[in-house]
Write a protein that binds this ligand. Structure first.
Ligand SMILES: O=P(O)(O)OC[C@H]1O[C@H](OP(=O)(O)OP(=O)(O)O)[C@H](O)[C@@H]1O
Ligand SMILES: Nc1ncnc2[nH]cnc12
Length: 170
């Protein structure tokens, strides 16, 4: 399946100079949606997973589909102030400034085997913060898996202590 043919470049979104990788054409195509979910699932190569952690908001698209395929639970990592119960948080650097992610403290149990999933690995700030949250709660990161990776931003280097797999690389 030629996934790249269904990923559209949108120049200067959300700001000048960024080429945004738009996956909505892939999502709206029934066959591509199914094949993408299956291919992300096969990146796990049969490893046992207790929880899939997806990052707001595009990690919520394939995250729950993967969880269902893996017979695992799904745990959302969200932007500040969105999760209703007790959370822990992690602040991380963006290109300009900082951002924060939160997770419910009862989302991960000590020893849970965790798959971190997001649509895009860019600078790696988001994924690295999510990994720290999981480890603070005693989870074991089995794999970080992404639909696409912007290799020129070297996000891989921020999470190099974990197994990282991406379906598509630019
Ligand atoms: O590797 P990084 O440089 O951290 O970038 C990757 C993150 O950026 C995008 O999310 P965004 O913050 O745009 O939020 P959204 O999913 O709500 O659109 C993407 O979905 C990843 O979560
Ligand atoms: N260029 C990009 N396209 C889509 N999502 C992104 N997240 C971070 N950088 C991105």
């Amino acid at each position: 399946m030629n996934f790249k043919s269904l990923i559209r470049d949108v120049p200067n979104f959300p700001k000048e100079g960024v080429i945004f990788k738009d996956i909505t054409l892939l999502l709206q195509n029934p066959s591509a949606l199914k094949q993408t979910a299956n291919a992300l699932f096969h990146l796990l190569e049969g490893r046992k997973i207790d929880k899939v952690v997806g990052m707001e908001s595009r990690g919520f698209i394939f995250g729950p589909i993967l969880a269902e395929k893996l017979n695992a639970g799904f745990v959302p990592v969200r932007k500040p102030g969105k999760l209703p119960s007790t959370t822990i948080s992690e602040t991380y650097d963006l290109e300009y400034g900082t951002d924060t992610l939160e997770i419910h403290i009862d989302g991960i149990k000590k020893g849970d085997r965790v798959l971190i999933h997001d649509d895009v690995l860019a600078t790696g700030g988001t994924a690295s913060a999510a990994c720290k949250l999981i480890e603070k709660l005693g989870g074991v990161i089995v794999q970080c898996n992404f639909l696409l990776e912007l290799t020129f931003l070297e996000g891989n280097s921020k999470i190099s202590t974990y197994p990282v797999k991406s379906l598509i690389k630019y």
